[in-house]
Design a binder for this molecule. Structure first.
Ligand code: PLP
Length: 429
């Protein structure tokens, strides 16, 4: 017996209506129902405030790669808070954890002569990368090179530039004018990318942004030669190639930044999430030496960009302890094994009458896409998500698919439990 779920309202929920505004939510609906209050977590398990247990099938929001409740990360954070809680790193200020983390990330990055910008999360890192790209061209005497190209289904956070280049319309609309000089091309088409470069004019394109495997947009892996051709195209037209490894990094694809699987070396890599396994917020951009060159080696080009908490020593200490776990337990190899197990288990759902497609097999991530008939008949992924959670497994619902991305410490029996629960949930709606 995995889980007994009670729908009883907890003491916390008696406080309704609360004033807490849930993100990514229709508050009009959320405010009416009970909240799902997560109280504790350990390994791949969560407990709500009724004491009921759930399998974390998504590593929270794609980030808890080492699993929950790691005492050594908590200890590292505690030690760091006791020594130096925080001090900002503008100007010539630095701190030991930020310096060490930057060296360590640089040593593993498939980027030539790398430099590291630290941020508080992925969206901030995307904005940093976009600003570095545009300013790089400006200081190189090419201020007209501002255009940013991204892909359908690409998710790049919801800061200013991220909102402007995201490949999902629902995140872009309703805010008036966004950053201009951006466009979105099909995620799997080199031809469309090149046509767009030529339409805009190669001399006006600053950078191309892509996730190794599209995550929040529905788990779409690239074709085998896609990234080699992207890298060649970007090099040919002199366009900066920015890889968004926020989901794919830190062993989710069995390596450091995901993109290594396709053997290319981008100009910048954006990271977040798995760098700390989410224990504390942290992200950043790894920038090639060539792009950093005018800022680092030529006088008079300071980057007027940064945030109060960039390089926060306590967040960096959490990252260092997290990377220790990834390396010591070799979660890179474990991830490759889980990838195969998850793929074999989740593919058994492909023949379910409500399933149009299962996408999996590259990294520890999978999507189970519903048929058009099921969606047209009014079945929603949100209902299936609710059914699954009521049975003790937390998944993620996007408009047409259920997404799976467990911690990289999940065992085979737990993968089987996850998939059989999803099957039962599909049967139930
Ligand atoms: N890039 C990718 C690929 C993401 O999946 C996300 C978040 O889900 C982001 C960027 C934004 O990161 P954050 O939510 O930390 O701003």
């Amino acid at each position: 017996t995995e889980t007994v779920v009670s729908y009883a309202r907890s003491p916390l929920e008696q406080l309704e209506p609360s004033r807490f505004w849930h993100t990514f939510s229709d508050m009009n609906k959320v405010v009416q129902g009970p909240k799902f209050v997560v109280s504790e977590a350990q390994g791949v398990w969560l407990w709500d405030d009724n004491g009921d247990r759930y399998l974390d099938g998504t590593a929270s929001l794609w980030y808890c790669n080492v699993g929950h409740g790691r005492a050594e990360i908590a200890d590292a954070v505690h030690r760091q808070l006791g020594r130096l809680d925080a001090y900002a790193v503008y100007g010539d200020f630095a701190n030991a954890p930020a310096l060490e983390l930057s060296e360590r990330l640089a040593s593993h990055a498939p980027v030539a002569d790398p430099r590291v910008i630290l941020t508080c999360g992925g969206g901030e890192a995307i904005d940093s990368a976009a600003k570095v790209a545009r300013q790089y061209w400006a200081v190189r005497g090419r201020p007209e090179r501002v255009h940013l190209i991204s892909r359908t289904g690409g998710y790049h956070g919801l800061n200013g530039f991220g909102t402007s280049i995201i490949g999902m319309d629902r995140f872009r609309t309703g805010y008036g004018p966004l950053v201009t000089d951006t466009s979105v091309v099909a995620h799997d088409s080199i031809e469309e990318l090149e046509a767009e470069i030529l339409r805009v004019g190669p001399e006006r394109v600053a950078a191309f942004f892509a996730e190794p495997v599209i995550g929040a947009g529905g788990v779409y892996a690239p074709g085998p030669d896609y990234f080699a051709r992207v890298a060649a195209l970007c090099e040919y037209y002199g366009i900066l190639f920015v890889v968004d490894s926020v989901i794919c990094g830190f062993a989710r694809l069995g390596n450091w930044f995901g993109i290594e699987r396709w053997g290319v070396r981008p100009d910048m890599i954006v990271f977040a999430k798995g760098v700390t396994s989410g224990y504390l917020p942290l992200g950043g951009v790894i920038v090639s030496g060539a792009v950093a060159e005018p800022f680092w080696n030529e006088p008079g080009h300071p980057l007027h960009h940064g945030t109060t908490y960039a390089g926060h020593p306590t967040c960096c200490a959490a990252a260092l302890a997290n990377l220790d776990i990834l390396e010591r337990e070799d979660l890179f190899t474990a991830s490759r094994e889980i990838e195969v197990q998850l793929d074999s288990a989740v593919r058994t759902l492909a023949t379910h009458p409500m399933v149009r497609e299962v996408r999996s097999g590259v990294g520890v991530m999978a999507a189970v896409e519903l048929t058009e008939e099921a969606l047209a008949a009014g079945i929603t992924t949100a209902e299936i998500f609710q059914e699954s959670r009521a049975r003790g497994v937390v998944l993620r619902a996007v408009p047409t698919a259920l997404l799976i991305s467990p911690p990289l410490v999940i065992a085979w029996e737990q993968i089987e439990h996850l998939v059989s629960t999803l099957r039962a949930s599909l049967d139930a709606v």
